[in-house]
Ligand binder design. Structure first.
Ligand code: AMP
Length: 216
């Protein structure tokens, strides 16, 4: 099964992908995580990507698609994956279609997690991340055992640069102008499934699994 997971920033794409990939035996492919690893690796490319992400902007389409293509070099990965955060623009979706067509494959489903702007602001405002291991917490709804400290590796939690208020607004603006048009793009090809995201994480995961199991 080949699936794309979409949603506005803060809708819980990363959290949900981690919850459902195991149950469905899919590879989790997160472009955000790939870019954050590239930033951690440093170098000129890492610094350039860090500046783009820190501003809440999108990495250019061609570069993003190349990173995805390079990640999915193992052909078996093309049989069962969940793309989390890619595509984010119509040109990226077209590039993904071309990558799939080259392998005579297609998408089975595009799951869009819906969340109102008000909820997006509440969620991202309280998000605290461990930049070392990638664990994500929320000050109110999913706090760590010890305030400000990651449960997994004991490192100090931080507010991601792109989770600061002005960057959140910029990411929402970009989502509306560049990513939302993808909903139409996928609705037209008949693969779009919408899932309300305003519930506990486990409940949303259950909704996503139900939609995808119905798809098999
Ligand atoms: P995420 O963890 O999915 O919220 O991604 C974090 C940041 O990585 C985004 O705000 C973008 O700067 C960058 N990014 C992730 N995926 C993409 C993509 N498909 N296209 C362009 N930039 C991306």
């Amino acid at each position: 099964m080949r699936v794309v997971l979409m949603g506005p920033p803060g809708a819980g794409k990363g959290t949900q992908a981690k919850k459902v990939v195991g149950a469905l035996d899919l590879a989790h492919v997160s472009t955000g995580d790939m870019f954050r690893r590239m930033v951690a690796a440093g170098g000129d490319l890492g610094k350039r990507i860090q500046a783009i992400i820190g501003q809440g902007h999108l990495v250019p389409d061609k570069e993003t698609s190349e990173v995805v293509d390079a990640f999915l070099t193992q052909e078996s990965l093309w049989d069962s994956f969940m793309l989390d955060g890619f595509p984010r623009t119509v040109p990226q979706a077209e590039m993904l279609d071309a990558m799939l067509a080259r392998r005579k494959k297609s998408l089975d489903a595009v799951v869009a997690i819906d969340l109102s702007e008000q909820n997006v602001l509440a969620r991202l405002g309280g998000r605290r991340s461990c930049l070392a291991c990638g664990s994500v917490y929320h000050e109110v709804s999913a706090p760590p055992k010890k305030p400000g400290v990651c449960d997994r590796d004991g490192k100090a939690l931080q507010v991601r640069e792109d989770d600061k208020p002005d960057k959140i607004r910029e990411r929402l603006r970009i989502y509306e102008s560049q990513t939302q048009p993808l909903l139409d793009y996928y609705a037209k090809s008949g693969v779009l499934k919408r899932v309300p995201g305003d519930a506990e994480a486990d409940e949303v995961a259950g909704r996503i699994l139900a939609v995808l199991r119905g798809q098999r």
